[in-house]
Design a protein around this ligand. Structure first.
Ligand SMILES: [Zn+2]
Length: 562
């Protein structure tokens, strides 16, 4: 039986669902705001409920993972790189804002939903997407909206309990409002909670003239549902809320309303729950006292960081998306990063050299799972990464270490024939490069996109005559020994023996002698640095046996001999 965090949440959610709504499908939920590129950091919002929902399905229960697209939220700001005239749309629903120039999508929200939905499909995440624009404008939430307006005094009183408590902390932290909103959950961004000089109203209309939400409700009649609002554009209007569909509940009311409407039993959030005024805490009280339903089980998930993007940010335009991560790593690996860490543990997704170590770890785990030596929790994480209740994630048929693939394509600059020739030295049975895909393509994309130019390998075209001329007898001798041994040792293992062996021979030892004195180690290091400088003009580079195989015997001899 599994005992990882996913299994424990599944136990809890199933028990809770059976108590709340026996026999009904179990509902897990996520929310995303397509207000701009959906960052890789937001993926945990989806992966956490996905893994739990998937475990519930594996146990044979009917389970729905609802993904609310908060596309009826207001457009808040024009991202860097987009035509500044888009500022005229600030305050409109995201689905009413034109897509960025050149987009094939009908509006702003769809433009940013599409790549996220595609990435989720690649990751094997099954979800039921719900457009909040569709829900509100179709009147699906009619009863809930009218209820919230009837109960506005009660809601205002609940919010008021938290307003004063929340203030000092928010001020002390002084975090960027958008960043705070992103952490708190989609929809929370830059939105007031409905209070205003004219009284408290949890419903905010979009103006029928300018379509922006810079409106203020000035009067509401419970009996007739007549609602009067004024807009910053000068428009004033009275509508019947029983028919009105161009407006939405403020975030802190909207979220608990949806818990009740969908019957959500599990929905994590990125908020710091110790904050007394967090939407999750306030929502818990509103869902009970206003909507007569229960709060979901809602663990807080910790921040997921990114490493290795700093150097790239200027050229790549900022924060990476899940699609960016999937361009350099296989879906199973990305799933594994989320499955193996409890939601309250933070971790980093690496776009730098660290990705190679991450892949090594993954391959080691895969071997342990295959030979039955993996720990139970690690086995579970591996299973959740490679399969779901309904599918097996695509795998690379013949796995070579990511770092090997990366160094080879780095050296060959992707030249297919040369790549195949070298990789066959690592595995003689490779029939063609397709067996190495998609991992090979991911490694190649990583090298060409995320490895900075000064870390790329450039094999010298011509020998470094100056350096060669400056060498002493011992160095010349080491190069001669190496060149002589190339034919006999032309394989990964052979070259490894030869490279470590040359300094041993020079020290009067046998090439395969087991020796590791400090003097010998220093001689080996010096020898390797010399080789790197002669081959690639730097002091370091890919592992030397790989590099030699990639460069080829004749060229190695030429670069070492001058
Ligand atoms: Zn207006």
């Amino acid at each position: 039986m599994d005992a990882d965090w996913v299994a424990r949440f599944a136990d809890e959610v199933i028990a809770e669902a059976e108590r709340r709504a026996p026999g009904k499908p179990i509902v897990c939920a996520s929310g995303l705001s397509p207000s701009g590129p959906i960052h890789l950091g937001n993926l945990r919002e989806v992966m956490t409920p996905h893994l739990v929902a998937d475990e519930i399905r594996r146990r044979g229960y009917d389970c729905v993972h609802v993904l609310s697209w908060d596309d009826f939220d207001r457009y808040r700001k024009v991202p860097v790189g987009v035509d500044p005239t888009w500022a005229e749309h600030i305050g409109k629903p995201l689905t009413s804002v034109p897509a960025p120039p050149g987009s094939e999508h009908p509006n702003w929200a769809e433009h940013f939903k599409a790549p996220m939905a595609a990435a989720l499909a690649d990751l094997g995440v099954e979800f039921h997407g719900i457009s909040q624009t569709q829900m509100y404008t179709s009147g699906a939430y009619r009863e809930q909206v009218l209820l919230a307006m009837r109960e506005r005094k009660r809601i205002d009183a609940i919010l008021d309990q938290y307003r004063t408590k929340a203030k000092p902390k928010a001020q002390a932290q002084a975090v960027d409002a958008d960043e705070a909103a992103a952490l708190e959950g989609s929809g929370a961004a830059g939105e007031d909670d409905g209070s205003g000089a004219g009284g408290y109203y949890p419903y905010k209309p979009y103006c029928s003239v300018c379509d922006r939400d810079v409106t203020t409700v000035t009067a509401y009649d419970d009996a007739t549902t007549e609602l009067t609002y004024t807009c910053a554009c000068g428009h004033t209007e009275t509508v019947l809320l029983s028919e009105h569909t161009r407006g939405k509940l403020v975030w802190k009311v909207d979220w608990p309303m949806r818990w009740a409407y969908e019957g959500v039993v599990f929905e994590p959030s990125g908020v710091d729950h110790s904050s007394p005024g967090s939407s999750f805490v306030v929502g818990g009280q509103i869902v009970r006292e206003v909507f007569g339903a229960e709060q979901p089980i809602g663990p807080m998930y910790a921040f997921v960081g990114i490493s290795g993007m700093a150097k790239m940010s200027s050229s790549k335009g900022g924060v990476p998306t899940p699609a960016d991560a999937l361009s350099i790593m296989e879906p199973a690996l990305l799933r594994w990063l989320y499955a193996r860490r409890r939601p309250n543990q933070s971790f980093k997704v690496s776009f730098d050299q660290e990705i190679q170590r991450m892949y090594d770890e993954w391959d080691t785990l895969t071997r342990k799972v295959a030979d039955g030596t993996a720990l139970p929790a690690d086995q579970s994480a591996h299973r959740r990464a490679t399969t779901t209740a309904s599918l097996t994630l695509p795998d690379t048929p013949r796995r070579l270490p990511y770092r090997t693939l990366a160094s080879v394509v780095d050296i060959t600059t992707g030249h297919e024939e040369q790549t195949l020739r070298i990789l066959r030295e690592f595995d003689h049975e490779i029939a063609g490069l397709d067996e190495l895909r998609p991992r090979l393509d991911k490694a190649q994309h990583w090298v060409s996109t995320y490895v900075p130019a000064d870390e790329r390998t450039q094999v010298r075209e011509e020998p470094d005559a100056e350096l060669l001329a400056s060498l002493g007898d011992v160095e010349r001798e080491s190069l001669r020994l190496l060149a002589e041994g190339l034919d006999e040792h032309w394989s990964l293992d052979g070259l490894t023996t030869l490279l470590y062996g040359v300094p041993k021979v020079q020290a009067g030892l046998d090439m395969s002698a087991k020796a590791a004195t400090p003097e010998l180690k220093a001689a080996q290091r010096a020898f390797f640095v010399l080789l790197y400088r002669l081959l690639v003009g730097r002091d370091t580079g890919p592992r030397l046996p790989t590099l030699l195989l990639a460069v080829g015997r004749d060229r190695v001899r030429r670069l070492l001999a001058g």
